[in-house]
Design a protein around this ligand. Structure first.
Ligand SMILES: Nc1ncnc2c1ncn2[C@@H]1O[C@H](COP(=O)(O)OP(=O)(O)OP(=O)(O)O)[C@@H](O)[C@H]1O
Ligand SMILES: [Mg+2]
Length: 138
């Protein structure tokens, strides 16, 4: 099964809609609650990162009996230092984003802790790509 979503940068009113939709789909498919929970947390953080840090992005989800494979591809400033961005507490969030309660620098560490494999690639000035994989048969 394949699902696509579009994410608009800066639009916090819709942040989290792809992860809510994925939650609904995984529940219908009777996926284990623990797997649903971690996958939805990982996607939520990645989705909010597009809203908070990029201009726009697309989310592509592939579900197989073995795994949930999510790719988030955004157009945005990119991440100059990925190992640094992966550290707990590192954030470049704007004042506006912080006022909305984001910017603790915990999103990427949270994604890492809630999936089985995370691959981040980025080109400064172009955008960022996250590939998040969770195994279902665990
Ligand atoms: N899609 C993205 N495009 C550009 N930069 C990003 C993107 N995602 C993350 N970053 C960079 O990595 C940093 C760390 O991201 P992370 O999600 O861990 O923290 P945060 O978004 O700043 O705060 P929090 O997620 O805790 O609200 C961000 O502050 C930003 O500099
Ligand atoms: Mg974040």
């Amino acid at each position: 099964m394949h699902f696509d979503f579009f994410v608009e940068g800066g639009d916090f009113t819709k942040a989290g809609s792809a992860s809510s939709e994925l939650k609904r789909i995984l529940k219908q498919l009777n996926i284990k609650p623990a797997i649903i929970k971690k996958t939805v947390i990982a996607l939520y953080e990645a989705e909010v990162n597009i809203v908070a840090h990029a201009y726009e992005g697309k989310i592509m989800i592939d579900l197989t009996p073995e795994e949930i494979h999510i790719v988030l591809d955004d157009k945005g400033p990119g991440i100059p230092d990925i190992p640094l961005a992966m550290q707990k507490g590192y954030s470049t969030a704007s004042q506006k984003v912080r006022e909305m309660g984001f910017g603790a620098g915990m999103g990427i560490p949270n994604i890492k802790n809630n999936c089985d494999n995370l691959i981040i690639t980025s080109e400064v000035g172009k955008g960022t790509r996250l590939e998040i994989t969770t195994r279902i048969n665990t």
